[in-house]
Design a protein around this ligand. Structure first.
Ligand code: GLV
Ligand code: MN
Ligand code: MN
Length: 414
């Protein structure tokens, strides 16, 4: 039986976890940073040791390729992303990249060939931790990333994605070359930590994702007027923070009212110029709304739009909104889900079919190929925080299931 090795999975996760910009404060690995570069080096060395041919595409995604016996056949791609959120955990993304590395090693050391080629993927900027929005690596592959967006999307220091790409040796004008036309891939398989409490609380080994919720992310800027906090009477102010505070309460209330698991969050807010004795003249904040039901999602987003217009009148502010991400709910491939079930059954691993409230590259890849997403349990359901944890043995079980799935999809030939 072909089986993943827990010890190698542990080694990879620990090695990648060293490359953080916030040692002692969890993982902060932003795209095109020094930590990103060191992690790429590590992944490349592991891919090469597993006999793969490594290349970076025009968007910055890293691929290790293993040829198949059938010339020109579409490839089975497997992997996940390797960037992180700010002060996140060591498993969100890397667990899936390491899955790919381990599948490659198992096939390599056992001399297993396939008819279809395999591509092991380590994708860039899924979180949007640096530039907002996220899912960039997969959006570039699916042809959903415009050249203009690379100039528009900027990090906290005002550096555009295009400039960061140039500094990392990529040419943003060539981002279109990262596109994978429909038909060029047989499937995309991702392993990810669940990032929620369900598998652990039900004592299950694995989750097979059927649907991923729709996600809308926006950046909002409210311009008021900076004034002296001591001398400006209360009724003569244009306080941008008052409008933003009402927005935070509105998003929470509208999401609860939408129901059926709809969630809404303001996760980042910056007040300018930011002085204790200055009336806030400008506030920047993000919104993130998610639902498995597109109508509920759109209802929250649309009513938020009218709400902001009311705020302009009420507080005398000006509001501008930038769309960072709009992805409808996505159904994943039932054939792949069935293969997951079959393999888990053979191995005696317990599992359930579930929904994902987190966004994943698989939801974008589903627009160009058959996509499958497998979850492993998250301790305490914690994620996007330094405490994020999954036992290595649990990741191993997920990898075992994917080995069988990939061999079925790529047609094992010896
Ligand atoms: C990624 O983790 C997301 O769901 O935003
Ligand atoms: Mn994440
Ligand atoms: Mn992730």
């Amino acid at each position: 039986m072909l089986e993943a090795k827990t010890e190698r999975i542990r080694k990879d996760i620990e090695a990648m976890a060293q490359f953080t910009a916030s040692p002692g404060g969890g993982m902060t690995r932003f795209s095109f940073s020094e930590e990103d570069r060191k992690t790429r080096e590590y992944i490349t060395s592991q891919m090469e040791a597993a006999g793969l041919t490594v290349r970076r595409d025009a968007a910055g995604n890293l691929f290790g390729r293993r040829e198949g016996k059938r010339r020109g056949a579409p490839a089975v791609m497997l992997g996940s992303h390797f960037d992180s959120v700010k002060n996140g955990g060591a498993f969100d993304g890397p667990a899936g990249v390491v899955m790919g590395l381990e599948v490659a090693r198992v096939l390599h050391e056992n001399g297993i060939g396939t008819n279809l080629p395999l591509e092991f993927a380590a994708l860039v900027e899924e979180e949007g931790g640096r530039f907002g929005g996220g899912l960039y690596g997969s959006r570039a592959m699916a042809g959903l990333l415009s050249r203009e967006s690379l100039d528009i999307f900027r990090d906290r220091d005002g550096i555009s994605m295009a400039r960061a790409m140039k500094e990392s040796g990529l040419d943003p004008d060539r981002v279109g070359e990262a596109v994978r036309p429909k038909g060029s891939l047989r499937a995309f398989i991702e392993l990810h930590i669940e990032q929620g409490p369900i598998l652990e609380s039900e004592g299950l080994d694995l989750g097979f994702v059927k649907t991923i919720v729709g996600i809308t992310q926006r950046e909002v800027e409210i311009i008021g007027r900076a004034d002296h906090a001591g001398t400006t009477p209360m009724d003569m102010r244009c306080n941008a923070l008052l409008a933003a505070s009402e927005a935070a309460l509105f998003i929470d209330r509208a999401s609860r009212e939408a129901g059926e698991g709809t969630v809404g969050t303001i996760g980042r807010m910056e007040v300018y110029p930011g002085g204790s004795n200055i009336v806030p003249g400008k506030v920047f904040f993000t919104i993130d709304v998610r639902s498995a039901d597109i109508e509920r999602l759109e209802r929250v987003v649309n009513t938020f739009g009218s709400f902001l217009k009311d705020m302009e009148k009420k507080h005398g502010v000006t509001v501008s909104v930038k769309d960072k991400l709009t992805v409808p709910p996505v159904d994943l491939c039932l054939e792949i889900l069935g293969l997951f079930e079959e393999e888990a059954g053979k191995l005696g691993y317990s599992a359930k079919v579930m929904q994902s409230g987190a966004g994943h590259d698989a939801m974008i890849m589903a627009s160009i190929t058959d996509a499958g997403l497998l979850f492993v349990p998250s301790r305490g359901g914690r994620s996007h925080c330094p405490e994020e944890w999954t036992d290595y043995e649990q990741i191993k079980k997920g990898v075992d299931v994917i080995i069988g799935t990939v061999l079925a999809l790529a047609e094992a030939s010896s």
